[in-house]
Design a protein around this ligand. Structure first.
Ligand SMILES: [Zn+2]
Ligand SMILES: [Zn+2]
Length: 269
């Protein structure tokens, strides 16, 4: 990997939760709080600015009862990045917290897995339990981008830029993809919802929103293989990320993932 990108996690919302809500088979003895943080990820380098996921807006937060600190598009502004500068947006999957604000990026191409579009517009969406994490307006906006020739579909692996690649893992959502980015400390894997928390992957214990358990399990192995080191996998929603990575802005909640973490979360707790 000859390239070295910077990666910033921008935290835009949070939700109070307990471990009982975060594992398909929770440990009944574990009772301390385990909040869920919401992030988008900004990748910069080689003259490129790539956004991974687009978060949700205030209306969505109200409907879902979430606490939005700042619309992630405005967080980007606070970080010195204008939405119209962004040419590539990787959408890891179409759940409401990853695929809102799709109308806010006038010059972007959207990178999505074939199977995610098929899943989010197919027969499974007739079923409330599978439909719940999706918002029809977001999916409809993506359909509009397809018709506007602004979507690049990927089937399995795909290259977004030199040493920035996507990899379908499925599991949590049928077309969930993770993102591998070359950095100064080696390849970092943005696992998104392949592992909400460090503990989902470490314990081999899935988050309860699940499409295919077999794919979820092999997805953890894929994440580990692509990262090549336990400290280079970044879970999608874990507040520990904001504790261990260096703060990268005094204006917005941003953390530098291309830098070494203050402490290792590579080993099982
Ligand atoms: Zn999700
Ligand atoms: Zn999510």
């Amino acid at each position: 990997m000859g390239n070295a990108y910077e990666i910033y996690a921008l935290r835009y919302a949070t939700m109070a939760r307990t471990p009982q809500m975060n594992f398909l088979s929770p440990d009944p003895h574990e009772t301390s709080a385990q909040d869920l943080d919401y992030f988008v990820w900004l990748v910069r380098g080689g003259g490129r600015t790539i956004l991974v996921d687009t978060g949700f807006n205030a209306d969505e937060a109200k409907v879902r009862g979430r606490k939005l600190t700042l619309n992630p598009v405005d967080a980007l502004n606070g970080f010195g990045v204008k939405a119209d500068e962004i040419r590539d947006v990787i959408v890891t999957h179409l759940h409401y917290d990853h695929a809102g604000n799709l109308d806010r990026f006038p010059n972007a191409r959207f990178h999505l897995q074939d199977r995610e579009m098929a899943y989010a517009t197919g027969r499974c969406m007739c079923n409330g339990v599978l439909r719940h994490p999706f918002t029809v307006e977001h999916v409809t906006q993506m359909v509009r981008h397809v018709y506007g020739e602004r979507v690049t579909f990927h089937a399995g692996e795909g290259e977004i830029a030199p040493d920035v690649t996507v990899h379908r893992v499925g599991g949590h959502s049928d077309g969930l993809q993770v993102v591998r980015v070359a950095t100064e400390r080696g390849p970092v894997v943005l696992a998104s919802d392949a592992s909400h928390y460090y503990a989902n992957l470490h314990r081999r214990s899935p988050f309860p929103i699940l499409y295919n358990l077999g794919d979820m399990v092999t997805g953890w192995e894929t994440v580990e293989r692509l990262a090549g080191h336990p400290d280079r996998f970044i879970p999608g929603h874990d507040p520990i990320v904001a504790e261990i990575y260096p703060r990268a802005s005094d204006k917005v909640d941003a953390f530098a993932l291309h830098k070494a973490p203050a402490r290792s979360f590579g080993k099982k707790a």
